[in-house]
Design a protein around this ligand. Structure first.
Ligand code: NAP
Length: 248
């Protein structure tokens, strides 16, 4: 990757898994567009760390669940850095509740960010990728999109939906040198999982053959591989990064 200037947009990359992905891609020579919606301080810190290691990095505020903001985001990245050639749809939220207590807005907010934002960003990105005959789209799904989880019907539906999006766009754009793949992380230590109750953490740990929670870097290294030239014949796939939790 280092000899070609590639521009990577990682949505929601001020913190968590997105931040680790931004570091991993920067280390491999990509110019990084950090996107955040509210965590400006974290986004600035992430950018500063990348720049202090000799990387090229700009930050862009946008709520990627909004169509007009996504259009504006891609325009700003193009004029500041160039067209996006690597897109990592990472931004995600949870709004957990058992089904009968799940509010309409819990459902809509989760679907809107976790699934629709990926559609909006991918639609913007693939035009230029197809023109350049090279592109990588990596969707951050989840193991629960494969196996389901009580209390997360909205989240699991969004993450399963991402896999359908992945496979369809992979089929549409494969012949233009664009690959579209997904990663399905298991339990990864980030803000998203920090508030899990100790008994849930203990139960989850028992289901992980690796006997430890994952780190954002565990996911980032797989994303970096999928973004590389070496992965050019990997298309429409989902790679679980879960310490062996699912093995589906
Ligand atoms: P996190 O630490 O809670 O980070 C979520 C990220 O999403 C933040 O950077 C946040 O930025 C961003 N975001 C939220 N709303 C946004 C919006 N409207 N527009 C743009 N960015 C927005 O979560 P994480 O654990 O790193 O999760 C990253 C991805 O991995 C998610 O898609 C998640 O579903 C998936 N995942 C996580 C786990 C896990 O165990 N942690 C497991 C499987 C899958 P702001 O703070 O600026 O809003």
């Amino acid at each position: 990757m280092a000899d070609i200037r590639r521009i990577a947009l990682v949505t929601g990359s001020g913190r968590g898994i997105g931040r680790a992905v931004a570091f991993a891609l920067a280390k491999r020579g990509a110019a990084i567009a950090i996107n955040y919606s509210r965590s400006e301080t974290a986004a600035k810190e992430t950018a500063e760390r990348i720049i202090s290691c000799g990387g090229d990095c700009h930050i862009f505020q946008a709520d990627v669940s909004k169509s007009d903001e996504v259009r504006g985001l891609f325009q700003r990245i193009k004029s500041d850095l160039g067209p996006v050639s690597i897109l990592v749809n990472n931004a995600g939220i949870t709004r957990d509740a058992i089904l009968v207590r799940m509010k309409d807005e819990d459902w809509r907010e989760v679907l809107s960010l976790n699934l629709e934002a990926a559609f909006l960003c991918t639609r913007e990105a693939v035009r230029e990728m197809a023109r350049a005959r090279w592109g990588r789209v990596i969707n951050v799904s989840s193991v629960v999109g494969l196996i389901g989880n009580p209390g997360q019907a909205n989240y699991c539906a969004s993450k399963a939906g991402l896999l359908g999006l992945t496979k369809s766009v992979a089929r549409e754009y494969g012949m233009r040198g664009v690959t579209v793949n997904a990663v399905a992380p298991g339990w990864i230590e980030t803000d998203m999982t920090a508030s899990l109750k100790p008994e849930i953490r203990e139960a989850m740990l028992k289901s992980v053959p690796a006997a430890r929670p994952g780190l954002p870097e565990d996911v980032a290294s797989v994303v970096a591989f999928l973004a590389s030239d070496e992965a050019s014949y990997v298309n429409g796939q989902t790679i679980a990064v879960d310490g062996g939790m699912t093995m589906v």
